[in-house]
Design a protein around this ligand. Structure first.
Ligand code: UDP
Ligand code: MG
Length: 334
C-alpha cells in the first residue's frame, strides 16, 4: 500500500436518480476499504431528472466526490472521455452507474495493475437480466468487429476497465470525435489483461441505450477501426467485371461455331461489365476516402511504452512542433 497513490473512478451518469444513491454508497464502501486516496468523478451527461442535484449534494458533503455537469446529453463515450480528462489518479477506473459493473471487482483490478499491467478490463462471462435481442446483437457485433478491425479489439468487454495514467494520457492525445473508447484502448496497446465477472442486472431504472444509440456506437466502432466495408464494393465490382468478360468470351466462342450472340445477350454482357466497372470505381474512390479518413483521425503513428538509454519523446508533439517551426520560417520569409 502506498499512501501517495491516487485512484480516480469515472462514472458516466444519465437519468440515474433511481440508482445513484446506491452507486455512491457501493463505490465509497469499496474505495474506503482499499484505504488509499481516491476521487469519484461523476459525469452527468445532461440528465433530465434529479441526478445532478443529488450528486451536487454528495460533492458538497464529501471531498472524494466530484461532479462534471454537461450542458446537455453528449453521449456515454464523450462522458467517459471527459471523466478521463479531469481524472488525476495514477490509475483510472471507468464504471457504469447502474451497478451492472460490480464495484467489488475494483480491488481485483487494482491488484492486477500492481502486478504491472497498464490496462485491466473486465470481461463478461454471462449477462443477466438483458433481453435475448441485446445479448445476441452484442455477441454478434463484437465478433464481427473483431473480424473486421485492424487492431485486436477484445470481445465481450464494455467500458468497465482500469487504465494506468500513461494510457489515459495517450488516449487524451487522440483527437477523433466519434469515439469508440474501448476500441481506442485496444489501439493504444500497452500491457493489457482481464478479470472475469458475471454482468448483473441493472439495479433500477431503465437502459439508457436504446437501439438508436446502440447502432450509433456499433457504427462508430466499425468505421473507426476498419476500412473493410469500403473494400467490399471493389471486390464485388471486380467479380462482376470478371463474370462479364467470361460471359463475353463464352458467347463469342459460341458465335464462332454458329451459335448466336444476340441482342439480349449483348445487354447481359454490357450490364455485367459496366456495373462491375462502376462498383470497382466507387471502391477505388473509397480507398482514397479511407486514407483521407485515416489522416483526419490524426492519431499518432506509434506509441512508445518505454525507452532504454534514450529520453522518451511523443511522436505527435514532435511532428506538430516541427510543423509550427516550418510555419514560423514561412512567416519570416514573407
Ligand atoms: N449513459 C450516459 N449517457 C448516455 C447513455 C448512458 O452517460 O447517453 C451512462 C449510463 O448512465 C450508465 C452507462 O452510461 O452509467 C451505461 O448505460 P446503460 O446502463 O443504460 O447501458 P446498458 O448497460 O444497458 O448497455
Ligand atoms: Mg447498464
Amino acid at each position: 500500500m502506498n499512501p501517495e497513490t491516487t485512484y480516480s473512478i469515472v462514472v458516466p451518469v444519465y437519468n440515474e436518480e433511481a440508482v445513484i444513491h446506491d452507486t455512491c454508497r457501493a463505490l465509497k464502501a469499496v474505495m474506503d476499504g482499499i484505504g488509499e486516496r481516491y476521487e469519484l468523478i461523476f459525469v452527468n451527461d445532461g440528465s433530465r431528472d434529479r441526478t445532478s442535484e443529488i450528486l451536487q449534494g454528495y460533492a458538497r458533503q464529501d471531498d472524494h466526490v466530484k461532479l462534471i455537469d454537461f450542458s446537455r446529453n453528449f453521449g456515454h463515450q464523450i462522458a467517459i472521455t471527459a471523466g478521463m480528462d479531469y481524472a488525476s489518479g495514477d490509475a483510472v477506473v471507468v464504471i457504469d452507474a447502474d451497478l451492472q459493473d460490480p464495484p467489488a471487482l475494483i480491488p481485483r483490478m487494482i491488484a492486477k495493475w500492481r502486478e504491472g499491467y497498464d490496462v485491466v478490463y473486465a470481461k463478461r462471462t454471462t449477462r443477466k437480466g438483458e433481453t435475448a435481442f441485446k445479448r445476441w446483437t452484442a455477441h454478434a457485433f463484437y465478433r464481427l468487429l473483431r473480424a473486421a478491425a485492424d487492431v485486436d479489439i477484445t470481445v465481450d468487454t464494455g467500458d468497465f476497465r482500469l487504465l494506468d495514467r500513461k494510457v489515459c494520457e495517450e488516449l487524451r492525445r487522440l483527437p477523433e470525435k466519434n469515439r469508440y473508447v474501448r476500441g481506442l484502448v485496444s489501439w493504444v496497446g500497452f500491457r493489457q489483461t482481464s478479470v472475469e465477472y458475471v454482468r448483473d442486472e441493472r439495479l433500477a431504472g431503465e437502459t439508457q441505450y436504446p437501439l438508436r444509440k446502440m447502432l450509433k456506437l456499433s457504427l462508430d466502432g466499425m468505421t473507426s477501426f476498419s476500412s473493410k466495408p469500403l473494400k467490399l464494393s471493389t471486390t464485388g465490382g471486380v467479380a462482376l467485371m470478371a463474370a462479364g468478360v467470361f460471359y463475353g468470351l463464352v458467347r463469342t466462342g459460341a458465335a464462332a461455331f454458329g451459335g448466336d450472340f444476340s441482342g439480349w445477350q449483348t445487354v447481359i454482357f454490357l450490364q455485367l461489365l459496366l456495373t462491375g466497372f462502376l462498383l470497382a470505381s466507387i471502391g477505388m474512390a473509397g480507398e482514397y476516402i479511407g486514407r483521407i479518413y485515416d489522416e483526419a483521425k490524426g492519431r499518432p503513428l506509434y506509441i512508445v511504452r518505454k525507452c532504454y538509454g534514450l529520453t522518451e519523446r511523443s511522436s505527435a508533439a514532435e511532428r506538430s512542433g516541427r510543423g509550427r517551426w516550418r510555419g514560423v520560417k514561412f512567416i519570416r520569409k514573407i
